[in-house]
Design a binder for this molecule. Sequence first.
Ligand code: NAP
Ligand code: 12T
Length: 340
Amino acid sequence: MRVKSVHVAVAGATGAVGNQMITCLEESNFPVKSLKLLASKRSVGRQLSFRGDRLPVEEMTPGSFKGVDVALFSAGGGTSKEFAPIAADKGCVVVDNSSTWRMDPAVPLVVPEVNPHAIKGYTKKGIIANPNCSTIQMVVALNPIHRKCGISRIVVSTYQAVSGTGKKAIDELFDQTRAMIHFLDYRKQVYPHRISFNCLPHIDVFQENGYTKEEMKMLHETRKIMEDDTIAVTATTVRVPVFYGHSEAVNVETRQHISAEQVRELLSSAPGVRVMDDPGADVYPLATDAAGQDLTLVGRIRQDESIANGINMWIVADNIRKGAATNTVQIAELLVKEYL
Ligand code: NAP
Ligand code: 12T
C-alpha cells in the first residue's frame, strides 16, 4: 500500500523535544512532502537540517498552519493552548506534547503499543495528545501484565532526567556540576535547589493534595490510556542528576497471580519492550542503555514477597525519544497511514 505524503510542521523545533522530532521524522522515513520549522521570534534566522537540506526556522503565528496536514507540537503548554485550536481550525491535525489537552475527553491520549485504536477520536477536536514521559514508559511495560492478569494497584517511584525540563535544565546540570568540581559558586535558574549531586522530590508544580502535578499525571493518564478507571496508582516523582533517560521502580499488585518468570516471558514478546534481566551477570537496564534508542527496557523483575499477587520491576526509557518525540512521531505515522 502506498502511504500518502503529507505537509508537516514542527512547533518548538529548536527545543530538546522538537529537535528530536526532526531526527525521528528522518529515521522513520515518515512520508514528509514538506517540513515547516516553527519556534519563537528569538529563533528566526536560524536554520536546521532535515534530510540533507537546511531549513529556516520561522516564527509561529496563526498563519503558520495554512496548508499543513499534521503539526507536531512541543513549544510549551501555553503555546499549545493558544495555537492547537487555530491549527485544527485550518484542517491540520495536531499531535501535542504538552499536558494541556491530555485529559480533555474529546482528545485521544495515545501510546501506540497500548491504545492505537483511540487515534480515531482525533476528528472531534483535530488534536491528539502525547502522554507524559514517565507514564508512557510505565504503560508500555505494564499493559501486557494488565491484559493478562488485571492490575489493581501500582506504586511507582521515578528517577527522572533533567532533559525532561528542556534545554535550560540540561545546561543547569552541566554548569552546576562544573562549578562544584572546581569549587566555584553555582547558579540556580531552573530548579529551586541544586540538582548536581542531589535528588529533588519535586517535578512540575505542587497541587493542593501535597502531590506534584507529575505524580497526579501518572494516575490520571495511566487510567485514560489503559482504559480502566479502577486501577489505583500512587507515585513519587524525583529529579536526579542524569541527562537522558528516566528510570522507575514499579510495584504492581495483580488480581490474578503471575510469577516473575511468567512476567519475564510475557514482556520478552511485548511490543516496544526489551527485557534486560540477569542479576547474576549484573544485567539490568540503565539510563545510559536507554539513551539514544526507542525501546522501553525492563529488568529486576521479581516477586513482591510481602503480598499474595505482587511484582517488582525496574523500567527505563529515553524520555526525549519514547517519552516524547518518538511516541509523537509513531502516533503521526499511524494517523497518516490509517486515517488521513
Ligand atoms: P525546550 O528545550 O525549552 O524548548 C522549547 C521550544 O518551544 C523551543 O523550540 C522554543 O523556541 C519554543 N517556544 C517557546 N515559546 C514559544 C512561543 N511563544 N512561540 C513559539 N515557540 C515557542 O523545551 P522541551 O523540553 O523541548 O519541551 C517543549 C514542550 O514539550 C514542553 O513545554 C512540554 O509541554 C513538552 N514536553 C513533553 C514531554 C512529555 O512528557 N511527553 C517531555 C518534555 C517536554 P525558541 O528556541 O525560539 O525559544
Ligand atoms: N514538568 O509534558 O520537567 O507533562 O520533566 C514533562 C516533563 C512536564 C509534561 C519535566 C514536566 C512534562 C516535565
